[in-house]
Design a protein around this ligand. Structure first.
Ligand code: FES
Length: 282
């Protein structure tokens, strides 16, 4: 087993244009520490087709991954399928009986017994506000797989969860979601019934858009919430999930940069959930 320690301070300084002296480096507060990722191996124990386009893989994983939380993912590559240049980001939907279950497109054929290399955990757990009672989740034109684990955890602790599905998200099999989750269907354009009421009701909002639309739709959502809250959006109130195609997954290549208000962020190490108050939309 190999431990990979990624120190992103150098790249942070370079991005700010301070390459001359250490004294001029401006460290990102969230990444001032050595950030551990482990390279481990997992065995695919079970492959379950859950829809025409989706499958769930049950993985026996290294015990260290038992500490993973909703929002964190796996950077995976099959060991016996040849070394692929780019790893795939696998999104867990839960930990069940010691196995991690991930949900991925069924276009990629996997079989029980296959061994995969994992770089994990990738990214950070989705931050939750203290004393959260009402969570509003919104998925539009992106399958709500990243919400499954989170919604299950929230329901288990007694929070009320409403999930808005729009566009491509409407094709998601609802039986894969916790039964306690309230489902609302969105129209086009990120609008849904009782939009103002649900946004006012929520203690926290988390949105999911496809990578190509993140900048535009998250800007629109943040604008709507700003108007409702008279420009006083609390820190950590509305998050956008960023699932950009990742190259290194470790904060080294800067391919997944998100323009920020004070400093730029990275989807792989700062995300996937990013406080939209910290994002520079224009
Ligand atoms: S910095 Fe390389 S994928 Fe995020």
């Amino acid at each position: 087993m190999r431990i990979i320690l990624v120190w992103t301070v150098w790249s942070s300084g370079v991005r700010r244009g301070h390459q001359d002296t250490w004294a001029n480096l401006q460290f990102y507060p969230a990444r001032c520490t050595l950030w551990p990722m482990r390279e481990t191996q997992a065995i695919i124990e079970r492959v379950r087709r859950v829809s025409d386009t989706l499958q769930q893989l049950h993985l026996s994983v290294d015990p260290s991954l038992a500490q993973a939380q909703a929002g964190q993912s796996l950077f995976a590559a099959p060991l016996n399928g040849g070394e692929s240049y780019l790893r795939e980001q696998w999104i867990p939907v839960g930990l069940r009986e010691g196995q991690m279950v991930v949900e991925i497109p069924s276009a990629h054929p996997y079989t029980p017994g296959q061994v995969v290399s994992l770089l994990a955990p990738l990214g950070r757990a989705i931050p939750l506000r203290p004393h959260l009672q009402h969570m509003l989740l919104i998925a539009n034109d992106a399958l709500p797989t990243p919400f499954v684990w989170l919604a299950g955890d929230l329901c288990a602790r007694g929070a009320a969860v409403t999930l808005v599905l729009g566009g491509r998200a409407l094709a998601y099999p609802l039986e894969l979601l916790p039964a306690e989750v309230e489902i609302l269907r969105a129209d086009t354009d990120w609008r849904w019934p009782d939009q103002v009421e649900t946004l006012t009701w929520a203690d926290q909002v988390i949105a999911l858009a496809p990578p190509y639309a993140c900048a535009e739709v998250y800007a629109g959502l943040y604008d709507t919430i700003s108007q409702l809250r008279v420009q006083n959006v609390p820190d950590g109130y509305v998050f956008g999930l960023y699932y950009y195609r990742l190259a290194c997954g470790t904060g080294a290549c800067l391919a997944c940069q998100i323009p920020g208000q004070k400093y730029d962020l990275l989807a792989c190490t700062d995300g996937p959930a990013v406080d939209l108050k910290k994002v520079a939309f224009r």
